[in-house]
Ligand binder design. Structure first.
Ligand code: 4HQ
Length: 241
């Protein structure tokens, strides 16, 4: 999959795709991340990308022409991709959206700065507006990294292992069960006996119960839409006491 990132701070992306899984995915040609500096498409002498808001008010707004030119340049070089604007007023990013995007061939991510971009860019070019959460950041760069990371690991071959069970609705809707590795005792705390028992069926049951317990305590809202069996519902009632 190809990702084009439009930003005035391409240097911010120097490191996130250069480690571990994403580095390997790029080397294997599974993902191709290209940075497009919006400033390169500003045609005035000082390569200005922002201007005062019409109507007054605080802050600056990103001018439409450089972004439009950058988008047309991307399209000319690599065809029409799905254009995504990172913005707090977008649809909230989650695993379902990541999964949908992982089926695309080409994503173009627009990272705004300041108070945002001129509305006409949104109207003319943006296919989808996505928010990574209800908080205000200084720009769309970190959200773009989050989206590329979450989407890339869903592309077949990127994670290495054949099928990732976490993507089944069964486990996707719950928080993770606790994980342990060696040693069996650490600072007086023992790994739960069942995990050392070798009883696979018991381990599966324990993990399911612990995932339900954790979700019930931390994110009860997730249980509303979770894919729960009758057994799960009984466990939850017991956990509630
Ligand atoms: N911003 N999810 C303002 C965000 C944001 C978010 C990006 C701040 C765009 C102009 N983007 N700029 N939350 O807070 O995506």
């Amino acid at each position: 999959m190809r990702f084009d990132i439009l930003t005035i701070f391409p240097e911010m992306f120097a490191s996130p795709f250069e480690h571990s899984i994403l580095k390997r995915a790029r080397e294997a040609g599974l993902i191709d991340v290209q940075l497009v500096n919006i400033r390169d498409f500003a045609e005035d002498k000082h390569h200005v990308t922002d201007d005062y808001p019409y109507g007054g008010g605080n802050g600056m707004v990103m001018k439409p022409e450089p972004i439009a030119k950058a988008l047309r340049d991307v399209e000319g070089r690599s065809g029409k991709g799905k254009v995504i604007l990172l913005s707090p007023s977008g649809k909230r990013f989650d695993q379902g959206i990541a999964k949908g995007l992982s089926a695309e061939e080409h994503l173009v991510l627009i990272c705004g700065r300041y108070e945002g971009i001129d509305e006409r860019v949104r109207e003319s070019f943006v296919d989808e507006e996505i928010s990574v959460g209800d908080y205000i950041l200084t720009g769309g760069e970190l959200p773009a990294m989050i989206i590329i990371d979450a989407v890339s690991r869903l592309i077949p071959g990127v994670l290495g292992c054949a099928d990732s069970p976490e993507e089944e609705s069964f486990s996707r809707d719950l928080l993770e069960y606790p994980q342990y590795t060696r040693p069996p005792e650490f600072e007086g705390k023992r790994v739960p006996d069942v995990l050392l028992s070798g009883h696979h069926a018991e381990i599966v049951k324990w993990r399911r119960k612990e995932a339900l317990r954790k979700t019930l305590i931390v994110r009860p809202d997730l249980l509303e839409k979770a894919d729960l069996s009758r057994e799960d519902k009984k466990i939850i009632e017991d956990l509630k006491g």
